[in-house]
Design a protein around this ligand. Structure first.
Ligand code: G6P
Length: 356
């Protein structure tokens, strides 16, 4: 509806779209659940169930959502899953399994790099599913199946609500394919929506962190396990709109080279949402702190320590990217705002890239 594409009282689409995320999650629950059960085209469920391996193809933020999807398909449904950068797949084509399913994740459904892969795998006779925000988009029309994100139009070039919608829809698909399980996904997603809201209700905190910590021309996000995937997305978001040179790193890998870049005042933001990695990531934070870094920890409440700057209420361990990403979106927004950059239309970037 028309109100979706108005900025209203918001200074930027990006901030509006960050705030819309709890509603988008609730809308996904409305669209994909009936009486607590997942409703989905059986042909899509069959296509995933009969695959011996999933190949997720995407670019940019959508690829980062695909990494989280890999985790979901493997953990919930037990299907081996690979994630590929669409612009590389055409040349660096992996050995393809006997019964693959190709899943294209694309907010716009128009990314030329991803379409080139779709054209190629169709020639090879493989089945395909597109997960997109835009009904009738090229990738939707040309793939065998489509799942919609129901995120509403995303106008800001830097993607926020489409990312969380992509993660949520992949969770729904993975849970449906898994069949009966202990996971009550509609309930868990309702909790996610509430936790997102508690984050977006306290924006001052993120404005202050951006002001206090993001004072240098570079920054690192670190995390292990699924937090590493969120670190990649957080770093991309900060680069895109604040032009701060940011890297997302697997926290344990930092010491194998990149730690050489840490100097006095380098901001390092750690994400901790998984119990299994809590202590190890914290020891990586200590290592960089000892070398002068200004560290920030984003943690889940049950894993938090008193000095953590950002503490988020707990959600289901498989769904943590849906909430840990939100503070990083807000930090990026305020870092760009403080620099007076064109937040919704950053330099050199386009909302969708239709050339290879
Ligand atoms: C462009 C946008 C990114 C986006 C990527 C993939 O580079 O600037 O924000 O993640 O394309 O777009 P898609 O529409 O395929 O998700």
């Amino acid at each position: 509806d028309a109100s979706d594409i108005e900025k209203g009282t918001y200074p930027h689409y990006m901030l509006k779209e960050i705030d819309e995320q709890p509603y988008v999650i609730r809308r996904i629950v409305e669209q994909y659940f009936e009486d607590g059960q997942i409703k989905m085209d059986q042909k899509i469920v069959d296509a995933v169930q009969s695959a011996d391996r999933l190949y997720i193809i995407a670019a940019g933020t959508s690829m980062h959502a695909g990494f989280v999807g890999k985790q979901l398909f493997e953990q919930l449904a037990g299907i081996p899953t690979e994630v590929h950068i669409s612009s590389e797949f055409v040349y660096n084509t992996p050995v393809i399994s006997k019964n693959p399913l190709f899943i294209f994740i694309s907010q716009s459904g128009e990314t030329a790099d991803s379409r080139a892969v779709l054209v190629k795998i169709k020639q090879l006779g493989y089945p395909s599913l597109t997960i997109t925000n835009v009904p009738g988009s090229t990738l939707s029309r040309e793939a065998d199946h489509t799942l919609l994100l129901h995120a509403g139009p995303e106008i800001a070039v830097a993607s926020t609500k489409a990312y969380t919608a992509q993660v949520a829809v992949q969770a729904v698909l993975a849970a449906k394919v898994a069949g009966k399980s202990d996971l009550d996904l509609s309930r868990e997603l309702a909790i996610v929506a509430n936790v997102m809201e508690s984050i977006t209700d306290h924006k001052e905190q993120y404005e202050e962190i951006a002001k206090e910590y993001l004072t240098q021309r570079n920054c690192f996000y670190i995390g292990r396990h699924v937090d590493y995937y969120v670190a990649l997305e957080a770093a991309l978001k900060l680069k895109e709109i604040s032009y701060i040179q940011t890297e997302g790193f697997a926290a344990g890998e930092l010491k194998h080279g990149t730690i050489a870049l840490i100097e006095k005042g380098t901001p390092v933001i750690a994400i901790i949402s998984q119990e299994a990695v809590n202590l190890n990531t914290r020891s990586n934070v200590k290592e960089v702190k000892a070398r002068g870094a200004n560290t920030v920890i984003i943690s889940l409440r049950s894993l938090s320590s008193e000095t953590d700057q950002i503490v988020i209420d707990d959600v289901h361990p498989l769904l943590t990217p849906l909430v840990t990403v939100v503070p990083t979106q807000l930090i990026s927004y305020y870092a760009a705002l403080q620099r007076d950059f064109d937040i919704d239309k950053p330099r050199n970037l386009a909302k969708s890239v239709t050339v290879e």
